[in-house]
Write a protein that binds this ligand. Structure first.
Ligand code: KG4
Length: 339
């Protein structure tokens, strides 16, 4: 079954054709990151407009790259939540028109479910159940994935997402948007251990997290250094910051897997590209005897293939929608989206 997947929840317009949820036939992506870098972050109105400009040509490109005709498309999958509402609406409206025009089913996909499904594209043997750590620009969640469409949140951030925190820390370190990757590269130049940063705990909720205190601590450190004319060891601060994020995420991930009784752990989302987090997860899983799946870097960020992959399993579970399907800025990953 060939599914055309659409993703437009933030600053990447992406269209992909995937066969049976596992084989990528084409993956066309247009990133707007350079445009938003001028403003130091995503400008929602610009994001929506850029999606409008890119999406039709990308769809043609995806079909061309796959060597397929429009009539080869069996279904359309689309991110309908969560994300920047105007941006999500562009992809959703376009996907609806394609589904209607081709007379094929429309499949709603939760963006974070898509990030998790990116792993199905890289690892043919991977199947639920497993514990997923989903870390992206807007979400930080520990999810028990009991089945392809059966998910339960076990923990998550109470304030900022891990990616948001990386982007903010990168900004005060003078790095370009999106800052996660350049901060990761800078951090590799130091062994850290220079700056003492806070590690927050949420009372009574051992699997929940908080990143706002860490974010503020890095901002305050940088501003204070500027005010008193001190030179920051930028590489050490980047390393210590990444370590603080990892020290928050990794032990909770291991504990969540233990509590849920899952032997397999799967990482997902843009922040899953981080080298400190990947290394720490590898070591922790080895120690605890858990199997770890880390998505290849090219599948960590937003793409249409992950939406088509998850769309396949949503379709098998009978989860299609009509033209009344709406877009949502926020939506619980465990809920079925019907309209
Ligand atoms: O999953 P994603 O591409 O988009 C969302 O769905 O949000 O995640 C984007 C986030 C950004 O905050 C970006 O700075 C971060 O992922 N990111 C990283 C790395 N590469 C991307 N954060 C830390 N280390 C990286 N290597």
């Amino acid at each position: 079954m060939k599914i055309l997947g659409f993703e437009s929840s933030c600053d990447e317009t992406a269209v992909s054709l995937v066969e049976d949820g596992r084989t990528v036939l084409a993956d066309a992506v247009a990133s707007q990151a350079e445009m938003h870098a001028l403003y130091g972050g995503v400008v929602p109105e610009i994001a929506s407009r850029k999606h409008v400009e890119a999406i039709a040509a990308l769809t043609e490109q995806a079909l061309r790259d796959a060597g397929c005709a429009r009539s080869d498309v069996d279904a359309v999958a689309v991110t309908c939540a969560p994300g920047l509402i105007g941006a999500v609406l562009v992809g959703l409206s376009f996907a609806k028109s394609v589904a209607l025009g081709l007379g094929v089913p429309l499949i709603p996909v939760h963006h974070i479910r898509g990030h998790i499904a990116a792993n199905y594209l890289a690892f043919p043997e991977l199947e639920p159940p497993f514990l997923a750590l989903a870390i992206s620009g807007g979400n930080t969640l520990l999810i028990d994935v009991a089945g392809y469409t059966d998910m339960k949140i076990l923990g998550g951030t109470r304030d900022d997402a891990a990616g948001e925190c990386f982007d903010k820390a990168a900004r005060v370190l003078g790095l370009p948007y999106p800052g996660g990757k350049p901060l990761d590269e800078l951090a590799r130049k130091s062994r850290g251990g220079v700056y003492k940063l806070p590690h927050a705990h949420v009372d009574g909720a051992p699997l929940d997290m908080s990143f706002s205190g860490l974010k503020t601590a890095v901002v305050n450190l940088a501003h204070h250094a500027e005010q008193v004319g001190e030179t920051l060891d930028r590489a050490a601060l980047a390393r210590d910051f990444a370590q603080a994020v990892s020290d928050t995420l990794v032990p909770r991930t291991m504990e969540a897997a233990r509590l849920a009784g899952r032997k397999t752990i799967v990482a997902a989302g843009g922040v899953a590209a981080n080298s400190v987090i990947r290394g720490d997860l590898e070591r922790a899983c080895q120690q605890a005897g858990r199997r770890l799946y880390l998505p290849p870097l090219r599948l960590c960020g937003d793409n249409g293939a992950m939406i088509a992959a998850q769309g396949y399993y949503e379709y098998l579970a009978g989860r299609t929608a009509g033209m009344e399907l709406n877009a949502y800025a926020t939506r619980d990953i465990s809920e079925e989206i019907k309209a």
